[in-house]
Design a protein. Structure first.
Length: 156
């Protein structure tokens, strides 16, 4: 059990892969610009944007998970969200379209953002999920977060 608060950065390896992969496609766009200018502009623009997002995500404050006594805070592209342990029913590892996540459903009676939670439940079968595993295996992170939720006096 970590000493709280504990902060874990998002995966930099994934973002480096995004930047490098995007750079390859931008290079291809440059190579084909004379033969197919529209395709080159579309390819270069799209993958240039993807590479820029990857570079931004390499900033240390762009993505992280902080576990605290009263809940957890996570950030993605500098956008932060805080969730109280008391607002979570349970955490579970899920696989969605081939990618693993740690997901959770909110307790009955939780009122914020009912529309997006309903859409998430319809599409993915869960109400919310973390965008990264922050260096953990998904199963381990879900277990740790459930233990912290229970230690805070919420849940079984």
């Amino acid at each position: 059990m970590p000493t709280l608060p504990a902060t874990y950065p998002s995966s930099k390896l994934r973002m480096i892969g995004l930047v490098l992969g995007s750079a390859v496609f931008v290079a291809v766009a440059i190579l084909i610009r004379d033969r197919s200018p529209m395709a080159a502009w579309f390819c270069g623009g799209f993958f240039g944007f993807c590479g820029l997002v990857g570079l931004i995500n390499l900033h240390p404050r762009a993505g992280y998970l902080t576990l605290r006594d009263d809940g957890f805070e996570f950030a993605s592209l500098f956008r932060k969200a805080f969730v109280r342990w008391s607002d979570v029913e349970s955490f579970t590892p899920v696989k969605l379209y081939g990618t693993r996540y740690v997901a959770w459903d909110y307790v009955e009676g939780y009122e914020p953002q009912p529309g997006i939670r309903r859409v998430n439940s319809t599409i993915a079968g869960i109400e919310a999920m973390l965008p990264d595993a922050y260096g953990f295996k998904h199963e381990e992170l879900a277990l740790l977060m459930n233990e912290l939720r229970e230690r805070a006096g919420h849940g079984a």
